[in-house]
Design a protein around this ligand. Structure first.
Ligand code: NAP
Length: 259
């Protein structure tokens, strides 16, 4: 299937590795030119070069923190008129809500709700005028099935999802869609870091803990970032203009509900 987005331009936030990188690669495979971001310059430049070489697309790397005004301004200066915007940032830490201060909450809300809203605010009108736009927010399966120790994530991402549910029904009239991608357990550095405490507590190796966790998923494994990227690329395609305001769960069947 031709996704019909060759030559389009995408901003992919937080994309030197993991799910962001997978989305960037899947878009590059469709011929989309990219602006990538991450805080650490070295790995970001390496990723940009690898994608550029493999897919023969234009890739610009902007090192910076996307959760800051300066970070966003640098990206939008490079690409003020993207056709595709993939919102992503690191997830907040786990913990007990009794320990979280207002400052902790503001940090999580900024990273996982307000940053995405701000980038949408600054790009969506141009997309509407040009009659094409695809916006994806990478959130979490926790939006659908909250995880108690990830309260900061549950709250901030649910806020973003609620906001998008409203505006995505307006923008679609101009061929601008906004959807959420909700990852369950995907094999990334982030996932590995969440296994470390369990490995330490039980004296097992990370490999053993990973195998036990993966076996609990109905698919019997973790998701692969490429699977996530492929779904993202389809939602960004010109074939997906009738899908908006949706939250697509990629969790190997872990959520037990009928709908
Ligand atoms: P990852 O493998 O750790 O990759 C995170 C990427 O984001 C890196 O490129 C990192 O580079 C960049 N990044 C982090 N904070 C940033 C910031 N403030 N500004 C710019 N770039 C930033 O993580 P992942 O697994 O892909 O997760 C992506 C998102 O999905 C996270 O919000 C995570 O909580 C969520 N999620 C993941 C899973 C999973 O199983 N993997 C499940 C549910 C939800 P730098 O560190 O150099 O900035």
């Amino acid at each position: 299937m031709d996704f019909g987005i060759k030559g389009r331009r995408a901003i992919v936030c937080a994309s030197s590795k993991g799910l962001g990188r997978a989305c960037a690669e899947a878009l590059a495979e469709e011929g989309v030119n990219l602006v990538l971001t991450a805080r650490t310059e070295g790995p970001l430049l390496k990723t940009a070069e690898e994608i550029r070489t493999k897919y023969d697309v234009n890739v610009v790397a902007i090192a910076g923190d996307i959760t800051t005004e300066e970070g966003r301004a640098a990206v939008l200066k490079e690409c003020p008129d993207p056709d595709i915007l993939i919102n992503n940032a690191g997830g907040p830490p786990p913990g007990d809500f009794r320990d979280w201060s207002t400052e902790d909450w503001m940090k999580a809300l900024n990273a996982n709700m307000l940053t995405a809203i701000e980038l949408i605010r600054q790009t969506v009108d141009g997309m509407q005028e040009r009659k094409f736009g695809r916006i994806i927010n990478i959130t979490s399966a926790a939006v659908k099935a909250p995880i108690d120790i990830l309260g900061l994530s549950n709250g901030a991402r649910a806020g973003l999802t609620g906001f998008v549910a409203g505006i995505s029904r307006k923008t679609v009239a101009h061929n601008v869609t906004i959807n959420g991608l909700l990852p369950g357990p995907f094999d990334t550095d982030r996932l590995k870091s969440t296994l470390e405490p369990a490995a330490k507590a039980t004296g097992k190796s990370i490999k053993e803990v990973a195998a036990e966790r993966a076996a609990l998923n109905p698919a019997g494994r973790f998701g692969q970032p490429e699977e996530f990227g492929a779904t993202c690329a389809f939602l960004c395609s010109d074939k997906a203009g009738f899908i908006t305001g949706q939250n697509i769960l990629l969790d190997g069947g872990a959520f037990p509900g009928t709908l």
